[in-house]
Design a protein around this ligand. Structure first.
Ligand code: SF4
Length: 698
């Protein structure tokens, strides 16, 4: 009832990459409830997180004043009770905290040079905030040691897309499935992780579309699938090569498309000869006839799409997995037309935009390489700054290794929670404890903030203005509905204040001025202005004119690579870095669950979501539980070579009998204590989806 509210404000759900538009109903400066509105990605729909996951912003744990670590604090670590933080930190004025934050970095750079400082920005922040963050590290410290959680998410997908297609973004929006005949969803669980996108996938099957689901866990979409391929964990390349080998052998490929738009086909074709379905069936655990049937279904479709998620990207062969998916689409000519395309489903609400904005150690905004003197010169000119390092910076996990090695001594962490999200947490937490000067900017006293020297209270998404870019390349505008609590400030304003303490002389009155500056270095934003976004709510990039709402499908007439051709890059089968053995006989895989978002800092403080899913849990097949003598609801101990956790066990028939699935949102049983930090050599992404684990009844 509109009489119950003071105002309605339109914004974007802060959780997943679907980017649902919301109407926030505000009363007495509090968000009271949320409704979905007619955004391009959600058309009025919302999932449980968007609808009920908002009240964390009013939680009593919100940081409301800057904090500085007390001289007599009992040591850094996970021992700070958010309700009783005074033993560790003291309240400070903004001036004092900003001086302490910037002063600590300056002292380190004077002794050790700019490379002693590194930054983790956040995919939860706006485009403008991500842009300013990377600008601060590059301009302020002169190098490129700046990264964010894309490194733990789709870095390998982006590496493969840039290499072979020439652009890291999706080639078609997920809504294009409406025009497809066949769609493959592999290594993704959209029913839990992109729930509104999943509603479009289900609709597609109801009108006769053929859905092929491939995943070692039988994920929620299996009930809608024409084919469900529960392949052996880590056997993705073997399975995809076998499917492509069938297409070659049965000559189902699109000769014309391959000749017109691709290169390196002969090498791919020759490579695939070794991967017949009959040879690969045993390796991937799928009968040869089923592999052939799927190959025929996809290759002979008029229009086919491929969607993928972390099950593809979070492997040491994550880049190879994506190379296979790209090759599969290319050989069938399923790119650049309605109902076709490659779509890595992005995780956080702004992981696409934060990456576009240059929060990456090897790229400036719009994936322009830092090694190119002309490009660096262009940005230095825009910034009114001197040149900065041409050397690619360190990635997330490499930065923490560099802390252990004594090369990085200070950090600026905005909105990320590496004390929960990084692989092999013991190693990551030791690195955070070893830092000589850590500045954390966040809305809660997160596990990472427990290690901070200075904590700067920031704004929740519904407390600030800014643009975000969803998985569909749709740039959308988020608006402040309520004021931040106490003295908390918008993230962009905090970063700008820190920059000025470092002597950079920034002057922005509003995020729209930052957006205008970004446009000077980012061709992807051509024809997209703040005013247009205010007026239209969303514009998809690329937008070809001031009137064009943007292109949902790209690469219909060539690719942004030399010669306009996409490339086939053959992929070899590489086993996971750590295989099960007698001591650790099962396979650990990690991920998210519907109700909780990433490290849980927000959703575990959302009343409804926490009430539905309050306890750390892992899932195993009922037969596995029976073999262990464990009842559903009992605690078990999970041990890997990195550490052990105790956690409640659940039964789930969809999981293979040699697997255990653990969500990573629960600090009391943190999944990443267990995970393997081994990296994909190209995308530098850790192997979160495969580790050898021992499961014991407690
Ligand atoms: Fe939010 Fe994603 Fe759910 Fe939409 S699908 S409401 S963006 S969490």
């Amino acid at each position: 009832d509109s009489a119950d509210i003071d105002r309605e404000v339109t914004s974007i759900c802060p959780f997943c990459g679907v980017g649902c538009q919301v109407s926030l109903k505000v009363k007495d400066d509090k968000v009271k409830y949320v409704e979905g509105i007619n955004g391009p990605a959600n058309e009025g729909r919302l999932c449980v997180k968007g609808r009920f996951g908002f009240d964390y912003i009013h939680h009593p744990h919100r940081l409301t004043k800057p904090l500085i670590r007390r001289d007599d604090a009992p040591g850094k670590g996970l021992n700070v009770d958010p309700a009783n933080w005074q033993a560790h930190f003291r309240e400070a004025t903004w001036d004092e905290a900003l001086d302490a934050a910037a002063g600590g970095w300056t002292a380190l750079t004077e002794r050790h040079g700019g490379r002693a400082i590194a930054g983790f920005g956040s995919a939860k922040c706006t485009n403008e905030e991500a842009y300013l963050f990377q600008k601060l590290i590059r301009q302020g410290f002169g190098h490129n040691n700046v990264d964010h959680c894309t490194r733990l998410c789709h870095a390998s997908s982006v590496a493969a897309l840039l290499e072979n297609v020439g652009s890291g973004a999706v080639t078609a929006t997920f809504n294009e499935i409406e025009h497809a005949d066949v769609a493959i969803v592999i290594g993704a669980n959209p029913v839990e992780n992109h729930p509104v996108a999943a509603t479009y996938f289900k609709q597609f099957t109801k009108r006769g579309g053929k859905l092929i689901v491939m995943d070692p866990r039988g994920v929620g979409l299996r009930r809608f699938a024409t084919h469900m391929l529960k392949f052996r964990p880590g056997a993705d390349v073997a399975m995809l090569n076998a499917i492509m080998a069938t297409i070659v052998e049965e000559e189902l490929y699109d000769r014309q498309y391959i000749a017109a738009y691709t290169e390196n086909w002969e090498a791919e074709r020759a490579h695939l000869a070794a991967f017949s379905p009959e040879k690969m069936a045993e390796v991937c655990g799928i009968p040869a006839e089923e592999l052939r049937a799927v190959a025929r279904e996809f290759a002979t479709a008029r229009a086919g799409m491929i969607f993928w998620g972390m099950g593809i990207s979070q492997h040491i062969h994550g880049t190879d997995n994506s190379r296979c998916l790209i090759s599969l689409a290319l050989m069938c000519g399923h790119v650049g037309r309605p109902g076709t395309g490659l779509h890595p489903l992005r995780g956080q609400n702004n992981v696409q935009g934060a990456s576009d904005a240059g929060l990456i150690p090897m790229f400036l905004p719009d994936y322009q390489t830092v090694t190119d003197d002309r490009i660096r010169g262009h940005f230095a000119k825009i910034w009114g700054a001197s040149d900065f390092s041409a050397e690619k910076g360190l990635t997330v996990t490499e930065i923490l290794d560099a802390v252990h090695a004594g090369q990085v001594r200070g950090m600026y962490i905005l909105g990320e929670n590496p004390a929960m999200s990084d692989p092999d947490l013991t190693h990551a937490r030791e690195a955070l404890a070893k830092l000589e000067h850590l500045v954390v900017q966040d809305i809660f006293l997160t596990e990472t903030a427990n290690y901070a020297d200075v904590i700067l209270p920031a704004s929740a998404f519904y407390e600030k203005d800014g643009t975000v870019t969803n998985t569909n390349r749709q740039v959308q505008i988020g608006r402040a509905a309520v004021a931040p609590p106490g003295e908390a400030r918008a993230d962009w304003a905090i970063t700008a204040a820190l920059a000025n303490r470092l002597g950079l002389n920034w002057s922005y009155a509003h995020p729209s001025e930052v957006f205008a500056e970004m446009k000077r270095g980012m061709p992807s934003l051509d024809n997209i202005t703040w005013e247009r976004l205010e007026r239209e709510g969303a514009v998809t990039y690329p937008s070809l004119s001031p009137e064009d709402p943007g292109q949902p499908i790209v690469f219909g007439s060539g690719f942004p690579r030399e010669g306009g051709r996409a490339r086939f890059t053959p992929a070899m089968v590489i086993p996971p870095a750590e295989l099960p053995d007698a001591d650790y006989p099962m396979i650990l895989t990690t991920g998210r669950q519907l109700e909780h978002w990433h490290t849980g800092s927000m959703t575990r403080r959302a009343t409804v979501l926490d009430a539905v899913e309050p306890e750390a849990n892992c899932s195993m097949h009922p037969a596995t539980l029976a073999r262990l003598g464990v009842e559903p609801g009992d605690p078990v101990r999970l041990t890997t070579r990195r550490g052990a956790i105790e956690i409640m066990a659940r039964a789930d028939r969809a999981i293979a009998e040699d697997m255990v699935f653990v969500p990573f949102a629960f600090v009391e049983a943190a999944a990443n204590i267990l995970t393997n930090p081994a990296l994909d050599p190209v995308g530098k992404i850790p192997e979160f989806k495969f580790a050898a684990v021992k499961v014991e009844k407690i």
